[in-house]
Structures are given as C-alpha cells and as structure tokens.
Design a protein around this ligand. Structure first.
Ligand code: ATP
Length: 603
C-alpha cells in the first residue's frame, strides 16, 4: 500500500475490510514508511500528511503510535475541516448569511402554514427563527469566526459542528481554489472509519481527488458493516472512480476462531463477507446468557455471569473488574453499573453540559477531576509533598502574590494544615462532593469555580424567596450531592479506566474479555432494538418491508452494532441478553447459527 502514497505517482484507494483485519495497523505502518523514506521532501515543500479519525481517543492513539511527529496532522474530521476553512472569514460570512436567510424563510413558511399558530411546534419554530434573525443582524460585526469541537459555549462568531462540515463541503465542491489549498497543504489524506464520514463531504473529497489525481492521494479505511451513525456514504464501495485501488484483507488478526465464526454468521445476514482466522489463532469461548425481564438485580446477575465465565473459560481475570470490558447501550446504563450515576445522571440531563460531561473537557469538570480528586487522594495517602504541591499550584494561597501569606506565612500554613487534617477526617467516610468542597472552600485549599461556589454558599444565605436556578446550576446542585466515590468512578469512566463503555463507543477498540449487555428496556434510544433483532418482539410492516428491500432500518442498524460489539473480543465473549421472551431469543440464536445449544444459558 506504501506504493499508493508515492507523491510522484499517487494512487487513491479504498481499504474496506472486516473487524480486526488490521486496517488501523496498516494505516500506521504505511505512514511510518512514508516518514522514513520521504520525510525530507515533505519538510522541504512545507507539506504535511493528514490523517482523519473518528474520535479524539483514536486521534491520540494514532498520534502516539506515530511518536507525535509533526509531519502528521492527525485530527477528527471537524477539527480538520475547521483548520482548512478558518482563514476564509468573508467567504464563511457570505455562506452563513445565505444559509441563515434560507432557514429563516423555511421557518417562516412553516409558521405561516401552521394550523395551530400557538401550538408547541409553531412556538418552537418562531423561537428558532428569532434566534436566527438575531444572528443574521449581528453577522456584520463578526471579525473572525471561532469553532471548538469540545466547547458548548456559543459566542456571536461561533460555528456549530454541522456548519463547519457544510461550509467545507460547499467550499470544496464549488471553489477550485479551495481544493488547491487542500492538496497543496496535504498531498496525502487518509481517513480511518470512513464509513461514517459525512456523505456530502466524502463526495467533495473524492471530487477533489479526481481533479488533482496527479498530485493528491486520498486513502479511505473502513468497514460498511461497522457503520453506526447515519449520514455516511452508503454506496462508497460500489460507486468509486474507476482508477481507484481496492486492496483486500481477509484475515482477522484480533479474535479467536469461535468469535470469528460468530461474527461471520452475523455478517452473513448483511453483505455476506467472511473472514479467515490467523494461522496461530486460539479457539476462544463465546456464551449467550439470556435473562428474563423485568429484572431488578442486573448488577448482581452480571457479577454472577462473570463468575460463571471464570469457570467456563478457566480464566481468573473474568472476576477482575479491570480485566473485563462491559459494554452497555447507553452511558446512563454504564453509570448505574459503574456506580457513577449520582454524579453523572443529573448533569447528563442538561443538554448544554452533556458533551463536555462525556469528554470531561469543561473547566468545571476538570476542576473536579484534575484538582479535587487528586487533592483528596494525596490527603488520604498523607503525601505531604504532593498536598503542598497541589495547593500551591491551584489555590494561589501560598506564594508572594498572596498578601496574607506575605504578612503572616506561619499562621496561614497552620490554617492550611488545619484544613488538610479536617479534610482527612472527613474522607474517612464516603462523603458527598458538596461536603468536601465546602471544607476545601472554607480553608481556600483550591479556588472553587463560581458556579459551584454559589451553590455552596446557598445554605448560609437567608434567601427571601425561592430563586429558580439556571438549568446548568440546577444540574450541578444535584451533582454536588453525589458521593465522592461516584465522582471518582466518573473520572475513571471518561478516561476509559473503568471497565465500562458503550456499544457505539468501542468502534476500533479491542479487549481480552468482553461482556456485552443487551437491554432495550433500560435504554431510551429508538435507533437500535435488540429485542426485534433477536426475535422477541414483532416486526412492524415497515420493518419487514425495509429488511426485504435492503433499506437501512432498525434491524440492519442493530445487526451492525451487534457485529461491532462481538468483534471487540480478543479471548472470550459473553453476551447478556435481557429479554421479555428468552425462548424466542434462544431459538433465533440457534436458527441463525450464532450460538449452539450448549453455549446458551437461561437465567
Ligand atoms: N498483519 C498482522 N499481524 C499480526 N497482528 C496484526 C496484523 N494486523 C493487525 N494485527 C493486530 O490485530 C488487531 C486488530 O488490528 P486493527 O485494530 O488494526 O484492525 P482494524 O481492521 O482497524 O479493526 P476494526 O475495524 O475492528 O477497528 C490489533 O491488535 C493488531 O495489532
């Protein structure tokens, strides 16, 4: 594949291959080879190699494997296109003006045609129109636009995630100059997980490649069977330009034989592509546990299943939390099982906090995870050196810039000491975040962000009347009552150190032992329905029609997600299906030849 990236005679290619076939590994190896052989040419020409991945975690992994060499620009698709469009302020402004006007007209039209002018929908449309009008009016004063893939704070010049993709797509499709900017800057562009890249943008990139085929190589990696998000280019494999290469990879290097047989069977109902085992593959073990619902003891049941897996596989690690990855459909389900729901649930119900809660990026979350928890930890361990380092670094209490410290250093250090020992006593119990922060605030061991500080003060201030808190603060007010252990588990969850992840979040990852929990009732989503897929719930006429005519539907989406989760296992796999009709699930699993009778355990 290295030869495709020869910048004197580049080729473009699509490497679509099944799970664990080494796509990501190939991507990294090929890039290392380019760097080893052609580095000087790129540096001389002031050019870089672009790599687009689907998540920030995947970005980090690839950057790490490429030793953070600056010749590679590794980013998510949003960050990548933002970097490209950012200098074009006046073009962005023009695009935004047209887009806002079109949307305002559309909304106005809907409002005019609404039968009930004071109904919920009409009111929502009017609100949305007004906010767009306001944005349009203030467009003139924007000096430069801003975009952050992680921040949810919108300022007057902010662009949304959708907008940066749309703008880049339109610029690439309609401005030859913009295509030139891209290919001059990045003569090689590789996209991992390209099955989920926005369709319009993908078309524009392929068009760009066709117009610059002599000096630009576009390489796409992915697997249509692992398409989880809508909006991707479904016909990517069947509608490629003729001069593209389509190398194949048929071996699964990740999973043991039994898992490969299972995922081959799952895939058999979709595009039918099958994988072979690597020569030294182990046999591996899979089991399907079916649990009758409703059931209130899911956590205990899953602990029991892990004990059974330990015996079945003769692998002690099934009992060790850190050695098993439990996959749930939603974060909320992981939060309950991973005991971080007291902190997570109230914050996750607030839309404006949700994204930063999941990637742990906002300053208030960081305050909790990077200041409060480490401080509590070193106080618990009586690590005096670290205690002082953290307090000094974050509190501004100890140092010449604090007049109080300057005037009476000994008294102040005594107060810090007092505070630390009170915190230590408090930490002997699983106290709430509120209790801990109150004490930290009282002794000024850290600088508490305003949003939390106001909530801590509330008890002591006599309020004349009940004040309604803004939604953000209300959510934080509830989260402050979380026990500290829940905040600690949350911090581990967002850094992937807790043994839980979501079905959608594990694309591209691999784990020795996977416990995949299938539980529609506990999830609020409507995109995936395992009960239907497993035959425990009737299909609607539309489901049947879609399935028969190959239209993407809840069944095909669920099948692909099932393929993704089962294909993460490197040694053994336990699928736990909570169902209202265990027998139907069992029959379907046997009929489809996913599992044999001996591998199915009814609970
Ligand atoms: N040729 C190879 N020889 C040995 N091991 C390999 C080879 N190719 C890949 N592997 C190993 O197999 C595992 C899966 O590889 P990789 O993650 O690159 O696959 P992938 O195709 O990107 O998978 P997925 O689509 O499921 O994310 C990794 O542990 C990788 O190191």
């Amino acid at each position: 594949m290295y030869q495709y990236l020869n910048i004197d005679a580049p080729s473009s290619f699509l490497l679509f291959a099944g799970a664990g076939s080494g796509k990501t590994r190939t991507l990294v190896n090929v890039l290392q080879a380019v760097r080893d052989n052609e580095l000087h040419r790129f540096i001389k020409a002031g050019q870089r190699i672009a790599v687009i991945t689907y998540t920030n975690a995947a970005c980090e992994e690839i950057k790490h494997r490429l030793q953070y060499d600056p010749i590679f620009a590794v980013s998510t698709i949003h960050s990548f296109v933002w970097e490209l469009i950012q200098p074009f302020t006046s073009d962005i402004k023009k695009w935004l003006e047209t887009d806002l006007r079109e949307n305002i007209d559309k909304l106005q039209d809907k409002i005019n045609r609404a039968r009930d002018k004071s109904g919920q929908t009409a009111i929502k449309n009017a609100r949305s129109r007004d906010s767009k009008l306001k944005r349009l009016e203030r467009l003139d004063i924007v000096q430069s636009f801003v975009y952050s893939p992680t921040s949810t704070r919108l300022t007057i010049g902010s662009l949304t995630h959708t907008e940066v993709i749309k703008i880049a797509t339109e610029f690439l499709s309609e401005q030859p100059l913009f295509q030139k900017v891209l290919v001059n800057k990045f003569p090689i562009l590789l996209i991992d997980e390209s099955q989920d890249t926005n369709k319009g943008l993908m078309d524009a990139l392929i068009q760009t490649q066709q117009n610059h085929s002599g000096c630009f190589s576009l390489g796409l990696f992915g697997d249509l069977m692992q398409r989880i998000y809508s909006g991707g280019k479904e016909d990517l494999a069947t509608n490629l330009p003729q001069n593209w290469k389509t190398p194949e990879k048929k071996t699964n290097y990740r999973s043991p034989k039994r898992v490969i047989r299972l995922i081959n069977k799952i895939r058999h109902e979709d595009d039918g592509k099958q994988q072979a085992e690597k020569p030294d593959a182990e046999e591996g073990i899979v089991r399907l546990f079916i649990v009758q619902t409703p059931n209130e003891n899911k956590s205990e049941i899953e602990v029991g299943i892990r004990e059974q897996m330990k015996v079945i596989t003769d692998d002690e690690n099934w009992e060790d939390d850190s050695q098993v990855k439990t996959l749930t459909l939603e974060h909320a389900m992981a939060a309950r099982r991973g005991e971080f729901d007291e902190f997570f649930t109230p914050l996750s119900t607030e839309d404006s906090l949700r994204d930063s809660l999941l990637n742990g990026t906002s300053s208030t979350f960081k305050f909790c995870t990077h200041q409060v928890l480490p401080l509590a930890n070193v106080i618990r361990n009586e690590d005096d050196f670290e205690i002082m380092r953290i307090i000094k670094k974050y509190s501004h209490l100890i140092g010449k810039e604090n007049e109080e410290f300057f005037a009476e250093p000994i008294a102040l250090l005594a107060s810090v000491d007092d505070g630390v020992s009170k915190v230590k006593t408090l930490l002997e119990n699983d106290i709430s975040l509120r209790e801990l922060l109150s004490l930290i605030g009282k002794y000024q061991l850290l600088v508490i962000p305003d949003i939390l500080n106001d909530l801590l003060l509330e008890d002591t201030v006599e309020l004349e009347e009940e004040v309604e808190l803004p939604p953000n603060q209300e959510a934080w007010d509830k989260a402050l009552d979380a026990r500290l252990s829940h905040v600690e588990n949350y911090a581990k969850y967002v850094t992937d150190e807790l043994g839980f992840a979501t079905h959608q979040g594990v694309k591209g990852l691999e784990f020795d032992r996977v416990l995949a929990v299938i539980d529609d009732k506990d999830s609020k989503g409507f995109l995936f329905k395992y009960e239907k897929f497993f035959g425990a719930e009737d299909l609607t006429a539309t489901d049947k029609r879609n399935e028969a005519s190959g239209i993407d539907s809840v069944l095909s989406r669920t099948r692909r997600l099932f393929y993704v989760i089962c294909s993460r296992a490197e040694k053994s796999l336990a699928v736990v299906a909570y169902s209202q009709d265990p027998l139907a699930v069992k029959n379907r699993a046997i009929d489809a030849e996913w599992f044999v009778e001996d591998e199915i355990i009814l609970i």
